[in-house]
Design a protein around this ligand. Sequence first.
Ligand SMILES: *[C@@H]1O[C@H](CO)[C@@H](O)[C@H](O)[C@H]1NC(C)=O
Ligand SMILES: *[C@@H]1O[C@H](CO)[C@@H](O)[C@H](O)[C@H]1NC(C)=O
Ligand SMILES: *[C@@H]1O[C@H](CO)[C@@H](O)[C@H](O)[C@H]1NC(C)=O
Ligand SMILES: *[C@@H]1O[C@H](CO)[C@@H](O)[C@H](O)[C@H]1NC(C)=O
Length: 405
Amino acid sequence: MSKILPFITLLVLLNPNLFNARETIETPISPTPLPYQGYPPPLDPKLVELREVILHFKSTITCDPKGVTETWCPEKSPCEYKGFYCGHPPKENHTYTVASIDFNGFGLCAPTVSGFLDKFVDLALFHVNSNNFSGTVPDVSKLRYLYELDVSNNDLSGEFPMNVFQIRDPVFVDLRYNNFCGKVPRRVFTLPLDVLFINNNAFDQRLPKNLGASPVAYLTLANNRFTGSLPTSIKKVSSTLKEVLFLNNNLTGCLPYEIGYLKKATVFDIGGNSITGQIPSSFGCLKSIQQLNLAGNLIYGEVPSEVCSLGGLRNLSLSDNYLTGIGSECESLVGTILNIDDNCIDGYPNQKSSEECDAFLSRPKHCPTIDFVPCKSCSYGKPEVPAAPPPALSPTYSALHRRLL
Ligand SMILES: *[C@@H]1O[C@H](CO)[C@@H](O)[C@H](O)[C@H]1NC(C)=O
Ligand SMILES: *[C@@H]1O[C@H](CO)[C@@H](O)[C@H](O)[C@H]1NC(C)=O
Ligand SMILES: *[C@@H]1O[C@H](CO)[C@@H](O)[C@H](O)[C@H]1NC(C)=O
Ligand SMILES: *[C@@H]1O[C@H](CO)[C@@H](O)[C@H](O)[C@H]1NC(C)=O
């Protein structure tokens, strides 16, 4: 239980409705002890079957640094095994079976979880952060109650495991730090997911044009091989999107002014790509923004004063671009929350050489300058009252670490 607590805490932060979702699943986390009926207590036939599955899986495990599988012995009930939690499936009061698997941080090595995960048809949660499981995610479409799948920080490969979405839409999918490759199916971006963490894989595709179709709140695509430009459809997620990381991909194209519609976004990060254009004035409408990272791109022009006036801003990272000036409101932020190193700004230290600046700046520029400002009628351009202290935890930046969230 203590191992899953931080996770649950995060989920509660992310999604206050999660426990409503859980109600239908009869609290799989707390292992309700079987009523004592003499020794040995009779095992549910499902548990007898699953014990075989577990013992077979145990025989394939090649490393177990914490010795957890020592508790997986043939004479015990799987409900007593470390990492397994039992409960009653919905509407089946007389069945008592494995409802949750939590191997977070166990460091187990196994060549595959096929023939294991897929056998737990009543499973609601599968959490295996920081193990060493290889192979692909098996077909889990028969796992009718599965709603959380966390396989982060393993050695899994293959395509995006789309069959996860076949029965019901899971609330939480965390695939970060694996070797998944190929394309993320377009449909994923239309699903009602709150959280999609797929950073640090080898997904290789153009950003889908329908990126804004999902009401996602936390999205990390960082450290993959996404290409193409930021879709203008991103403005459609303006009512839900809180944090998005496009960090370290191969994105190109101009900065769309539609980003200015993301009035709920606290984190927007496109660092380490090849995005170009000027910072649109519409960025002054990012009213909730705390961390804005545009560093390591091909952005030029002047930083609009309006962006520097945003009241909640804590970190505006613009280093390693081709900016040539900063608005007056920005000057006092340089060196504290604003980093403008490695640009082409006269009078500031640590800038690019004039040769490098001239070479870039003399090339023809094709990005339009769009002055449209989506929040003109409100407080655009006016310094806002400093925001309340931001929460210490940014779920998406936490997802850039391998460990459990
Ligand atoms: C299961 O148990 C609950 C309470 O323990 C009861 O309300 C419900 O009617 C039972 N359902 C079945 C199918 O036995
Ligand atoms: C995990 O597996 C990889 C390759 O299968 C191996 O190189 C690595 O040492 C393993 N890690 C641990 C902690 O056993
Ligand atoms: C993609 O980006 C990575 C680093 O983010 C870089 O090493 C690689 O050369 C880029 N590939 C292409 C095709 O631009
Ligand atoms: C600001 O953001 C940049 C880019 O994400 C990061 O590298 C840097 O460490 C951050 N600075 C602070 C003080 O948090």
